[in-house]
Design a binder for this molecule. Sequence first.
Ligand SMILES: NC(=O)C1=CN([C@@H]2O[C@H](COP(=O)(O)OP(=O)(O)OC[C@H]3O[C@@H](n4cnc5c(N)ncnc54)[C@H](OP(=O)(O)O)[C@@H]3O)[C@@H](O)[C@H]2O)C=CC1
Ligand SMILES: Nc1nc(=O)c2c([nH]1)NC[C@@H]1CN(c3ccc(C(=O)N[C@@H](CCC(=O)O)C(=O)O)cc3)C=[N+]21
Length: 299
Amino acid sequence: MTTVIDGKNVAASVIQTVKSATAALEKSSGVTTGLAVVIVGDDPASHAYVGSKGRMAKECGFKSVQHTLPAETKQEDLAALVATLNADPSIHGILVQLPLPKPLDSEAIIQSILPEKDVDGLSVVNAGKLATGDLKTGLVSCTPAGAMVFVRRTHGEDLSGLNAVVIGRSNLFGKPMAQLLLNANATVTIAHSRTKNLAEVCRNADILVAAVGRPEMVRADWVKPGATVIDVGINRVAAPERGEGRTRLVGDVAFEEVSAVASTITPVPGGVGPMTIAMLMANTVIAAHRAAGQTPPQF
Ligand SMILES: NC(=O)C1=CN([C@@H]2O[C@H](COP(=O)(O)OP(=O)(O)OC[C@H]3O[C@@H](n4cnc5c(N)ncnc54)[C@H](OP(=O)(O)O)[C@@H]3O)[C@@H](O)[C@H]2O)C=CC1
Ligand SMILES: Nc1nc(=O)c2c([nH]1)NC[C@@H]1CN(c3ccc(C(=O)N[C@@H](CCC(=O)O)C(=O)O)cc3)C=[N+]21
């Protein structure tokens, strides 16, 4: 029997932990956890994600602020907003939604966020802490942190002897995912657009993670029988069967056929996506605890 991981359900249990930790911190230190999300431009998908982040932050008992800036925003104005949020003691987490519209320099903006407020884990300090195995004081990118919760639930804490293949090498997902798997003792391969014989590389994986952005790229014959398959891709495709002009979300994995081969698989929607938002809340309440000198909860 193939197990389909219910990401909403796992995310709900993470959110429960965040809620109680938020309330406990408020009670012990009088500190309300604060999250600021910055969105530039009017990409509808980005607005939808940011909207759900704000709703979830409120549900967790956070102070939640959203800054919506026009697509024409100048680099120095965005930098000034980040500086204000860095200096605001009521804000513990800052997330700048990516990608930023051209010609904004997203790397400069991301690196200007204080590492202790960088709940996306993208600053060189947090990326470096992850790379050196310091998971105690850094913050880890939400999507790989969430994907890792699924991996741990399936395989336990120690992945010794297991081959993991991550398709994709972005700073937001592929690289930190590979680091987390390596920290857990998996034998890790990172594949990308220049990889030769990708299907063959993937067939070696006991844990296969796809984060590419190509609808249903991973087929059944790419997957080792019994493997765990984590689908990170979010692709909106036409769905004429639902009516003219309708769309639906699919992952990077051909879910139906791969389900027949894998032993565990995450769906899209309802898999990694909801966990990303839950781990953003987790990172924010962790940052608030550290700011207040309290021991943060574990996720
Ligand atoms: N569920 C969630 O919460 C989240 C989902 N996502 C989704 O995950 C996907 C990846 O996101 P992200 O990492 O930011 O994307 P990027 O576009 O930054 O990275 C995509 C990666 O895929 C690789 N790639 C592209 N084409 C191929 C190919 N034909 N074969 C093998 N590798 C290929 C690229 O290789 P190269 O480096 O050589 O160009 C690159 O490393 C997207 O669909 C995104 O929407 C992202 C973040 C959160
Ligand atoms: N600085 C930054 N950090 C991010 O973490 C970040 C980002 N920028 N830019 C875009 C990507 C994408 N991303 C998603 C978050 C939640 C869902 C999610 O909740 N998806 C639902 C479905 C949502 C729907 O129906 O549209 C699901 O998969 O079930 C998806 C994608 C975070 N990202």
